[in-house]
Design a protein around this ligand. Structure first.
Ligand SMILES: Nc1ncnc2c1ncn2[C@@H]1O[C@H](COP(=O)(O)OP(=O)(O)O)[C@@H](O)[C@H]1O
Ligand SMILES: O=C(O)C1=C[C@@H](OP(=O)(O)O)[C@@H](O)[C@H](O)C1
Ligand SMILES: [Mg+2]
Length: 176
């Protein structure tokens, strides 16, 4: 089976829900950010500091290209993955792409105490999240095969919703 790819904003739950989804479906799990950290040996904030966002995006595309070739994988992406056109194309072609659509207020609450997201280390992270959400939401929608409202329900609930949506999606796409 091709890979299941989770997209959405920072704090949408891609990493947390993706791990649980993989465990439940007995699939392997990879997180693009964690794979980049493992490869480089430095943190995401350090990559942004040394190479800027553009450098991080180059590494991200290389990693997306490598990881989406693997079958039976649940892949959690970073929130900005859709800003690169090639990533959108690769993900849509090689997997079933699931958008966890979470309102900005919830994203803010979930990320406010975390220092590991360089794009949110600004004076007004709430406003930053709203701006990024406005710019990216159309790209997430354009890339996704499945869109799920992910603002409510714990990660276990989200996994169940994804499994139901996948069953519906497969039934629809198999119909003659
Ligand atoms: N469905 C959920 N309900 C409540 N908290 C969640 C949910 N999904 C994720 N979280 C919490 O939100 C934070 C960000 O989750 P994370 O999986 O890192 O998001 P992402 O990878 O999309 O940026 C973590 O503290 C996580 O425990
Ligand atoms: O939204 C973004 O541009 C980013 C999201 C992060 O991943 P998460 O979405 O898992 O936080 C990480 O890739 C990096 O800090 C950039
Ligand atoms: Mg993540």
């Amino acid at each position: 089976m091709s890979c299941l790819i989770l997209i959405g904003m920072m704090g949408a739950g891609k990493t947390t829900v993706g791990k649980e989804l993989a465990r439940r479906r007995r699939m392997r799990f990879a997180d693009c950010d964690q794979a980049i950290v493992a490869r480089t040996g430095v943190s995401i904030p350090t990559i942004f500091e040394l190479e800027g966002e553009a450098g991080f995006r180059r590494r991200e595309t290389q990693m997306i290209d490598a990881l989406t070739r693997e079958p039976d994988l649940v892949l959690a992406t970073g929130g900005g993955v859709v800003t690169t056109p090639l990533n959108r194309e690769l993900m849509r072609e090689r997997g079933i792409v699931i958008y966890l659509d979470v309102p900005p207020q919830v994203l803010f609450e979930r990320t406010r105490h975390d220092r590991n997201r360089p794009l949110l280390q600004v004076d007004n992270p709430r406003q930053r999240i709203e701006e990024l959400h406005r710019a990216r939401d159309p790209l997430y929608r354009e890339t996704a095969h499945i869109i799920l409202a992910g603002g409510r329900g714990n990660p276990g609930n989200m996994v169940r919703q994804i499994e139901e949506a996948l069953a519906r999606y497969k039934a629809d796409t198999c119909r003659p």
